[in-house]
Design a protein around this ligand. Structure first.
Ligand code: MN
Length: 172
């Protein structure tokens, strides 16, 4: 289990490998789960092949849809309680959640009672995406999935707390 033991002043950031950075990004994911009990993947540091996206239908305490976009060797993730917008100009609240390992894009199964996110997970849509803008407050991208196609934006809602975003289906 990774642990934070302090900052290294003896090493410049440029000496860090992508693997080390990815492991740091997955620290929250790992710390929330007991891999002896949950069937979810631990993340073996699989290298990304490109730009995959997945939407998982997650019947947890409350049904929601988890949008995940591959970036920097992990899946950047948002929980969208009311479902992915499918009509132009539709907006839905999207709550940023912890980065997930790339292997999670293939995960379907039942997270047992008592575990974080307990309930069933199934893949609702999957495909590739093309980012157009990606900064800390705004992500614009095109989805190319089985169900979802076309232009989307994620816009950060700073005033509503640091994890609140809006997912918007843009006009073509
Ligand atoms: Mn979820």
């Amino acid at each position: 289990m990774p642990r934070f033991r302090g900052l290294r002043s003896d090493k410049p950031p440029s000496d860090c490998t992508l693997d080390q950075i990815v492991q740091d990004e997955l620290a929250e994911y790992v710390s929330k789960r007991d891999f002896g009990s949950t069937p979810e993947p631990m993340g073996e540091g699989k290298k990304g092949e490109g730009r995959i996206f997945v939407v998982q239908e997650h019947h947890a305490r409350r049904l929601h849809y988890d949008l995940r976009l591959e970036s920097g060797g992990v899946l950047k993730s948002w929980a969208v309680p009311k479902g992915i917008p499918e009509k132009p100009d539709q907006k839905r609240l999207a709550v940023k959640t912890e980065d997930h390992p790339l292997e999670y894009a293939n995960f379907e199964g039942t997270i047992p009672e008592g575990q974080y996110g307990a309930g069933t997970v199934k893949i609702w849509d999957k495909g590739s995406y093309e980012p157009k803008v990606w900064d800390e407050n705004m992500i614009e991208f095109t989805l190319n999935g089985q169900k979802l196609k076309g232009r989307y934006a994620l816009v950060r809602l700073k005033k509503a707390g640091e994890n609140s975003w809006l997912m918007i289906k843009e006009r073509e």
